[in-house]
Design a protein around this ligand. Structure first.
Ligand SMILES: *Cc1c(COP(=O)(O)O)cnc(C)c1O
Length: 779
């Protein structure tokens, strides 16, 4: 047999052939891309040219951009991280591919009706998607169900049902570097003979209608953030993306002249040198047993060799320590859907446990703790354990989170293989989250330090030189005020809500979750309201509290939190005593394109999760790079942000992880705080008595009951520190406001120089006083 000589496409026509190095395959069930038009123009350096051209046509580019649908193929931070990484890897010129699912319906659109969240299907492909290209020539089969046969020639997985995976490619341009990578998303297609053999001619119509069963696999994104829902369709989605992607990877490896090749059989020794598979959480964890299955059953690689190859190829990113989010699939589901993978997982677990047993003889409890299989009346597969044993690297997403991963969640595994565990603190792309969404700020930064910060944010340090440059500071303030005005106008046009553009824009936008503690924010809003009501003639620092985010449709408490926010807003916003001093706005349908509008307009960024619960957060970084100040706990990447910027430049409050642990040992008793803090008690009493829900006084009984008797996230324990810290925020805003007015050429006492909340001198006296005993609510 002569060696195969392949005729190759000339390099110029096939830029991927430039990539001789290891290729990165970023596997993710979510890619929260948002819009593409402006990002493409920014990264290609074409924005000004396009702007001009469109203007010449008598059109407005910004207006056109608003027509594009968001690609909402993600829930929140995890999916947005995948999207940011694609941009950054293309910008770094890395040979990286994003692999995921082309959901026909992305994250639902959120409507607020009568203060409640109502979900609407996100039919984002209705008018077509100009950014994608179907590649039917690369369509691949994915097998489900069936049974396993052990034969002398090896193991066979037979009698399976086949679903086809149709790839759609979306270009991912790097920032002005002549690189375009690919995001390949798979769409499920029924084979033409799907179910046909099971029906006689009379049932032909039924058989065609049943094609939906197969095609449902890529129908809709599961709308849970940080929560495991053990539905079979979700498991099918996870295997679907893994099986299609691994076939694609192996096809590419085999066709690469750099993978060592035998005329008869591919040699996979060099596979890990050419292929890196990064698992975005455990969602694509089936990559590990699937790679084993292909190597052992199909490619006839020796088991132990295959295991070494698999481990050197795969790496796992952990995204959460919340137990309700960890994937634990029932063994019974695997038996039916993926019988061969179940066998492989059992075998891998056996090897793993044998090793542990040898190292810790007699330590039965350790074996139980470290097993991939959880015993019990419902046997389950712990996907995180599978990922740890099947990867050469395991990382957390912020320093504090990686420490928790090592010291508690995977403590035993860390003891066994400490060298595997790493930290990779999350980041964001400065292209979308600064240049694209805040061109005014990017311009004045570039004027001072050049444009290198666009691809290297550490360059922003050079701005320290201008810290006392009053013109520069005034320009920054001017851009912020312009952004605030623009956002206020948007809110008024889109939602008919009027806000005071001179007020402090206090923003908390993220998925609604108990651990993120939107309820703490609510208690602050109520406290401010009560203070205004008690002392209507006193001046207050005017605030517009904006809260936005989607609740998972099945998450009752999160939906109640939305109803509480809108109910509080209803009362406060319509109280004539309050006027311009305080508004509480729920931002409907928070998504990437709304983030791009609200974040550049924010004065204050709220990052107030219970210490130890938010793995990293990336919203925190978007706000900081847009010049908002942060009020936050020592959680996630807030810790490193405080270290980088100096703790004195953030409003850090509340319990540290150690304090939370100490309180857990002592026993958290919400009632103690309720009884000793009069303003807290008043706020809770108002919520529970129906002050904010006069038509349904018992509306929030579940919320109050949770806060008082089973609050896992200890809202009351941080209440006092939070309120105090918000007082410091008020004071700084007021001082700043006065300084800013002075800068406006000493215009003295024109009406516009009256603070928007009334006159008030800066200084310690701007703190709040406790409500008087006689000060009762009048509603
Ligand atoms: C960045 C981003 C998130 C993540 O925000 P966190 O505050 O880190 O939870 C969620 N949703 C959207 C639309 C985002 O852009």
């Amino acid at each position: 047999m002569t060696p195969v000589s392949l005729t190759r496409t000339p390099l110029l026509l096939c830029p991927q052939r430039h990539y001789h190095a290891r290729r990165i395959y970023y596997l993710s069930l979510e890619f929260y891309m948002g819009r593409t038009l402006q990002n493409t123009m920014v990264n290609l350096g074409l924005q000004n040219a396009c702007d001009e051209a469109i203007y010449q046509l008598g059109l407005d580019l910004e207006e056109l951009e608003e027509i594009e649908e968001d690609a909402g193929l993600g829930n929140g931070g995890l999916g947005r991280l995948a999207a940011c990484f694609l941009d950054s890897m293309a910008t770094l010129g890395l040979a990286a591919y994003g692999y995921g699912i082309r959901y026909e319906f992305g994250i639902f659109n959120q409507k607020i009706v009568d203060g409640w969240q109502v979900e609407e299907a996100d039919d984002w492909l209705r008018y077509g998607n100009p950014w994608e290209k179907a590649r039917p020539e690369y369509m691949l089969p994915v097998h489900f169900y069936g049974r396993v046969e052990h034969t002398p020639e090896g193991v066979k997985w037979i009698d399976t049902q086949v679903v086809l995976a149709m790839p759609y490619d979306t270009p991912v341009p790097g920032y002005k570097n002549n690189t375009v990578n690919t995001m390949r998303l798979w769409s499920a297609k029924a084979p033409n003979d799907f179910n046909l053999q099971e029906f006689n001619m009379g049932d032909y119509i039924e058989a065609v209608l049943d094609r939906n069963l197969a095609e449902n696999i890529s129908r809709v994104l599961y709308p849970n953030d940080n929560f495991f829902e053990g539905k079979e369709l979700r498991l099918k989605q996870e295997y679907f993306v893994v099986a299609a992607t691994l076939q694609d990877i192996i096809r590419r490896f085999k066709s690469s002249k750099f993978g060592c090749r035998d005329p008869v059989r591919t040699c996979f020794e060099t596979f890990p040198d050419k292929v890196a598979i990064q698992l975005n959480d455990t969602h694509p964890a089936l990559s590990i047993p699937e790679l084993m299955r292909i190597l052992v059953d199909v490619e006839k690689v020796d088991w132990d060799k295959a295991w070494e190859i698999t481990k050197r190829t795969c790496a796992y990113t952990n995204h959460t320590v919340l137990p309700e989010a960890l994937e634990r699939w029932p063994v019974s589901m695997f038996e039916k859907l993926l019988p061969r993978h179940l066998e492989i997982i059992y075998a891998l677990n056996q090897m793993h446990l044998d090793r542990v047993a040898a190292l810790y003889p007699g330590d039965i409890d350790r074996l139980r703790r470290m097993s991939v299989i959880e015993e019990g009346d419902c046997k389950r597969i712990n996907m995180a354990h599978l990922c740890v044993i099947g990867s050469h690297a395991v990382n957390g997403v912020a320093r504090i989170h990686s420490d928790i991963v090592k010291n508690s969640v995977f403590k035993d595994f860390y003891e066994l293989e400490p060298e595997k565990f790493q930290n990779k603190t999350n980041g964001i792309t400065p292209r979308r989250w600064l240049l694209l969404c805040n061109p005014g700020l990017a311009d004045i930064i570039a004027e001072k330090i050049g444009e290198s910060f666009i691809t290297d944010l550490s360059q922003l340090k050079k701005l320290l030189e201008f810290i006392d440059n009053e013109t520069f500071i005034r320009d920054v303030a001017k851009v912020k005020q312009e952004n605030k005005l623009k956002f206020a106008t948007y809110l008024e046009e889109q939602y008919k809500v009027k806000i005071n553009p001179m007020s402090m824009f206090d923003v908390q936008v993220k998925r609604i979750h108990e651990y993120k503690r939107q309820l703490l924010n609510c208690l602050h809003a109520i406290t401010l309201y009560n203070r205004i009501r008690c002392n209507p003639s006193k001046s207050f620092v005017p605030r517009t509290i904006m809260i936005g985010g989607k609740a998972a449709p099945g998450y009752h408490m999160a939906k109640m939190i939305i109803k509480l926010i809108t109910s509080i807003g209803e009362v406060i916003n319509n109280d004539p005593y309050v006027g311009d001093k305080l508004k509480v706005i729920f931002l409907e349908n928070y998504r990437v394109s709304l983030a791009e509008k609200v974040i550049p307009a924010a004065d204050l960024s709220q990052q107030i999760s219970t210490a130890g619960t938010e793995a990293s957060g990336t919203g925190n970084m978007k706000f900081m790079v847009n010049g908002a100040l942060t009020i936050g706990t020592m959680d996630g990447a807030n810790v490193e942000m405080a270290e980088e910027a100096g703790e004195e430049n953030l409003f850090i409050f509340g319990m540290r992880v150690e304090d939370v642990e100490a309180l857990d040992r002592k026993g958290y008793n919400a009632r103690e705080y309720y009884e000793s803090l009069p303003e807290l008690r008043q706020a809770i009493d108002q919520i529970s008595s129906g002050f904010f829900s006069p038509r349904d006084p018992g509306c929030f009984k579940d919320v109050v009951n949770m806060l008082m008797y089973h609050d896992r996230f200890k809202v009351f324990a941080d209440y006092e520190a939070y309120i105090k810290c918000q007082g410091q925020v008020d004071q700084l805003f007021m001082e700043w406001w006065w300084w800013d007015q002075q800068q406006q050429q000493f215009s003295c006492w024109t009406p516009s120089s009256v603070p928007p909340g009334g006159r008030q001198q800066p200084g310690p006296s701007s703190g709040c006083t406790l409500p008087q005993a006689s000060c009762q609510q009048q509603h």
